[in-house]
Design a protein around this ligand. Structure first.
Ligand SMILES: Nc1nc2c(ncn2[C@@H]2O[C@H](COP(=O)(O)OP(=O)(O)OP(=O)(O)O)[C@@H](O)[C@H]2O)c(=O)[nH]1
Ligand SMILES: [Mg+2]
Length: 188
């Protein structure tokens, strides 16, 4: 799955043309940019140890088709006040208005489970019929003996079928491969 940087966008009108798009959505620091990079095998999206760094919609073109969008993270207080005011309007407009959006990947932290803001976001996606999937990140941080239970807990809290949660970590090639296959099917 190879990709290249297209644009960093702050307004809906600036979004590049595409046939099908997948967005990475979730709390700051949950691992959106790192997952995108791991999937495309290149450091395209900016990753930082300082949460709240991705403050634009970063758009990437995929080969052979489609686009990926790395969204700003929510639930992080240190982004500027101005941005905190702007973010919801911009992201709402994007998620509700982007016709080419085939899936919003809602990333939740696989170690700590969904937060209150994750569950609010999930409920909002459901209410508004935004196509979405729950992805649990950082599976490597959960002890192997605890993974099955943690997976069940996450599914229960998110009110989804356990089989519908995709569990990934940056070092798990098999899980990343499985997610790539799903993404290709959504984009085709
Ligand atoms: N152990 C572990 N760490 C991870 C994993 N995925 C991401 N991280 C780490 O989590 C931190 C945050 O990752 P980012 O990709 O920048 O998170 P983000 O969701 O893009 O954050 P914002 O851009 O602030 O919204 C980084 O230090 C990553 O290295 C994972 O699977 N396992
Ligand atoms: Mg980021």
């Amino acid at each position: 799955m190879s990709a290249k940087f297209l644009a960093a966008v702050v307004r809906f009108e600036e979004l590049p043309e595409t046939t099908a798009e997948i967005a990475f959505l979730g709390r700051s620091n949950v691992g959106k940019s790192s997952l995108l990079n791991a999937l495309v095998g290149e450091k395209l999206a900016f990753v930082s140890s300082t949460p709240g760094r991705t403050q634009v919609l970063a758009c990437f073109k995929l080969q052979p088709r489609g686009t990926l969008v790395d969204c700003p993270g929510y639930g992080y207080a240190k982004v500027s006040k101005e941005l905190r005011r702007e973010w919801p309007a911009m992201i709402e407009e994007y998620l509700l208005g982007r016709e080419e959006l085939v899936k919003a990947l809602l990333l939740v932290d696989g170690e700590i489970g969904p937060t209150a803001s994750d569950l609010t976001m999930l409920a909002w996606l459901r209410e508004n019929d935004v196509p979405h999937a729950v992805i649990a990140t950082k599976r490597d941080k959960v002890r192997p003996s605890k993974r099955a239970n943690r997976a069940k807990e996450i599914a229960t809290k998110c009110k989804v079928d356990p089989g519908d949660v995709v569990h990934v970590s940056l070092d798990d090639g098999k899980a990343l491969g499985g997610l790539r296959d799903l993404m290709r099917s959504w984009l085709s």
